[in-house]
Design a protein around this ligand. Sequence first.
Ligand SMILES: [Zn+2]
Length: 587
Amino acid sequence: MEKPFSLKNNYMIRYRVQGGQPHHRFINFVALFPSMGETTTIQLPIWRPGRYELGNFAKNVRGWKAYDADTGELLLWKKTTPHTWVVQSDGVDYIKVHYEYYAAEMNAGSSYWDGAQLYINPVNGFCYLLDNPEMDIDVQVHVPYDFAYAGGIPAEKKNVENGESTWLLKSANIDHLADSPFVFSRDLSSHDYEAHGQKMHVWMNGDVNFGDFNWRKDFQAFSELQMSMFGDFPRSHYHFIFQFAPYFIRHGVEHENSTIIAMGPSQAFNERKNYDSFLGISSHELFHAWNVKCIRPRDMTPYDFTRPNYSDTGFVTEGVTTYYGDMMLIRSGVWSMEKAKIQMEEFIETHARNRGRLHQSVTDSSVDTWVDGYTAGIPGRKVSIYNEGAMLAWMMDVDLLVGSNGNISLDDVMREMYKQFGKRGVGYTSDDYWEICKSMGLNRWESYRYELCEGTGDYLAQLKYTLKHLGWKLEWASSGNVAEDYYGFMIDDMGRVLNVIFEGPADDVGIGQEMRITCINGVDIHRNAKDIIQKQTGDLTITVEDKWREYNVEVKRREKPFKRKAVLVDIENTEIRKIWSGTRLGD
Ligand SMILES: [Zn+2]
């Protein structure tokens, strides 16, 4: 058997990667693993940092085989988990492993090969030695000669031959490789900007239309403020890598010294709403460079790729990041106060609409991301670590400001977290976080912790205090969606029931989530359900399909609409609001 590449005096893992026929979507992986003795255990990660659920990457692996690299003889192996191969390697120097990875999914955490780009999240498809996760991994990538490279690991272009170039990526261990996604593409454009003396790289794959927006200026502003708040930037270089798709997508994932952000439709970022969400995700992901990539929960220090890494700290990792992602845009002046108000209204509304708040705490929901954290799940079971965590961070931030006459805020808590844990490379627990909050003088910290964070206490009661000091009053308005406002349910165009308001008119007559409405007042539903219901002004006769049966119900129209839209009414631009929405950097 032909040796794929040299074995000479290298006690390391060596990979060779190349896309196959583009429309087949398979990437070829060939690897050399030093033998560990009688048996060698080769492991594929089962989850990826940033997504706290099982990734099941093994489902994309085809034709996994192991050979003696010297003789080319097929070795014996046994799968002991879906992601673990135990190879009989007695008397073998190097094991050559070959497999293909199906790369047909495009999001910020996947891998994708279509002939125009080779995009790999290494955590999806690279194996490591279970007994030696610290072993160096060299990766040779073969791509068409005109592809450029973007990624957190510096890549060296070795040679060009027959229209193909070979690149070399050197990684110190599986953690580093797994946390360094890369894109090879002929549509990559390279940009940079400077903030706080730090050069930041921005890679854009695909064409994007920003219209008159000056993204560089806005990125500079939120980056500068984040770095000033923490005092420094934890990495020597950093890369924003954007996958600009022609269809709707919003997805970002944080990494050691980079972030992948998939966004689309790429020609519509000249519209304020889309541009704002581009800024929102970008600021969120950069904040993760400190909060989670550096200030890391002990439950995930180090990452264990062989099992779920349960943690109750989602309200810090994602909650605090969600809050600061938005706040940094507000406080740096990129977003107006009007936009600030809309963002805060969204937090409140998302909270109030989810009856999961009555059933599960944010800390328990954090552990449960491993079960159903990224899907809607059964009705009202759980809350979002992003939204509830952001609400908590908001209330605690304002509480700290009020208690200290504007001198101490959640900024100080996060700086202390950075100093005590992030900079020292030590993982923190939720106890540590609460200790720091307490030491900063947070009033009622027991109530924040035990009632709101670890319990299912009433956020809106505490929020009254927050809003009073920010000079806002919370009111509730109808949403303008007739189905929701007058009949108490939400449907999609196909008539599928997405949500039912507890004890509303639809609930009262037995309409439930996941049923389908096939007819409204004599009009059959064919991709037009929302339109039809929007025009209704009286009671409804509805035909409901419930898997095993179909029946008619009468839904009474409410006289007054439900009011589920949160509106913050401006009362006064208080001193606390001015500090809260300012840079807080002193003069
Ligand atoms: Zn995040």
